[in-house]
Design a binder for this molecule. Structure first.
Ligand code: AHR
Length: 343
């Protein structure tokens, strides 16, 4: 387990850096759910944005938070109130209620799970505050509860992962082989988990020889990814494919597989399919430990900024905007792309 802590160090360092960054630019950061009431309007000088973030479970999330912190600065005309929900919807709902009380101009929510948002969104709508959903979506029949969504199409990501596996097996004349698959799922009921699971299932349904042995949540964290993968390795002696619904769980899975003395990669015992394609994930692709990594773009600050600027001018915006994303696999020459990757 030594390397688990080794891999955590950059996360801790990044979080420390982000907190320093946040407090240094007129940004109110709360990792607790208590928000200090302040003169957030600053006499109308700034556009006040309240962000209810999911938490800090992954490297992807760290980059995502940093993207907001560097976008919503006073230099750019914003005053940012930031709440870390610590993976609890209750904390996020409380944060949104406080943003409403503080009379912010815009509320940005990255919903930890899809359901249970109606009441608080009705309160925001009644207060006349536009709500922008980012990264993850909500499940509701009432689209008037939010202004718009910007983020990833998780179902498409999962579907592409399934299609990639189809091609990979076909290239090796393994279409008819029995393929044993386990899945390390993200936070259950989050749209990232639901979409990726459903997207992959859309393809796996066509293949009777794909044995979906097991699926369990690793909560998008490296430590839990290690734990769940170690459990799977004990239970199933012949795993061919590990689907990790984010890179941090893949890092944990890689360690568990190495500790079990198994070999990773197309010529080894099993392959890993992952999501996020953060720099460290792509480095694992280059090493052959992750066979393919499906990109999930965390740089959503500028996307939200563009939406707010349009709303400020009274311009029309789309209800749903999906950011463009690609994938990287072991057959590609990734060195240049990885060197240029900023997250
Ligand atoms: O919602 C996006 C997902 O959440 C990312 O894949 C994951 O790394 C994060 O924690």
């Amino acid at each position: 387990m030594k390397r688990v802590f080794g891999r955590w160090m950059p996360v801790v360092a990044s979080l420390t850096m982000i907190c320093t960054l946040l407090t240094g630019c007129g940004f109110e950061y709360n990792s607790e759910t208590e928000t200090e009431t302040a003169d957030v309007s600053q006499n109308g000088q700034f556009i006040v944005v309240g962000i209810a973030q999911v938490g800090s479970e992954s490297d992807w999330r760290t980059t995502n938070t940093k993207s907001y912190a560097t976008t919503f600065t006073e230099e750019n005309g914003y005053h940012l109130l930031f709440e870390d929900g610590q993976q609890e919807q209750e904390n996020q709902v409380k944060a949104v209620r406080e943003f409403i009380l503080q009379g912010v101009d815009y509320i940005v929510i990255d919903p930890v799970v899809e359901t249970g948002w109606e009441s608080v969104l009705e309160e925001a709508r009644d207060a006349g505050i536009p709500v922008i959903l980012v990264d993850r979506q909500i499940s509701t029949d009432d689209e008037s509860l939010y202004t718009c969504f910007v983020g990833s199409d998780f179902t498409l990501e999962g579907q592409r992962a399934g299609e990639w596996l189809e091609n990979y097996l076909s290239d090796r004349n393994m279409n008819e082989d029995e393929i044993n698959i386990v899945t390390l799922q993200g936070t259950l009921e989050s749209s990232a988990q639901l979409g990726r699971t459903e997207g992959f299932a859309k393809i796996s349904r066509y293949h009777d020889n794909w044995n979906m042995l097991d699926a369990k949540s690793g909560e998008f964290t490296q430590a839990k990814g290690y734990e769940v993968m170690a459990e799977f390795l004990d239970l199933y002696p012949d795993i061919d494919v590990v689907v990790c619904e984010n890179d941090n769980m893949a890092f944990g899975a890689i360690e568990a597989i190495e500790d079990a003395g198994k070999e990773l990669g197309p010529n080894g015992d099993m392959i890993i399919i992952s999501f996020d394609a953060i720099k460290a994930g792509m480095e694992e692709v280059m090493k052959g430990n992750i066979a393919v990594d499906f990109e999930c773009n965390p740089l959503l600050g500028p996307e939200v900024d563009a939406i707010i600027q349009k709303l400020e001018k009274g311009e029309k915006i789309g209800k749903v905007t999906y950011v463009s994303e690609t994938y990287y696999d072991f057959t590609m020459d990734l060195e240049n792309i990885v060197n240029k990757r900023i997250y």
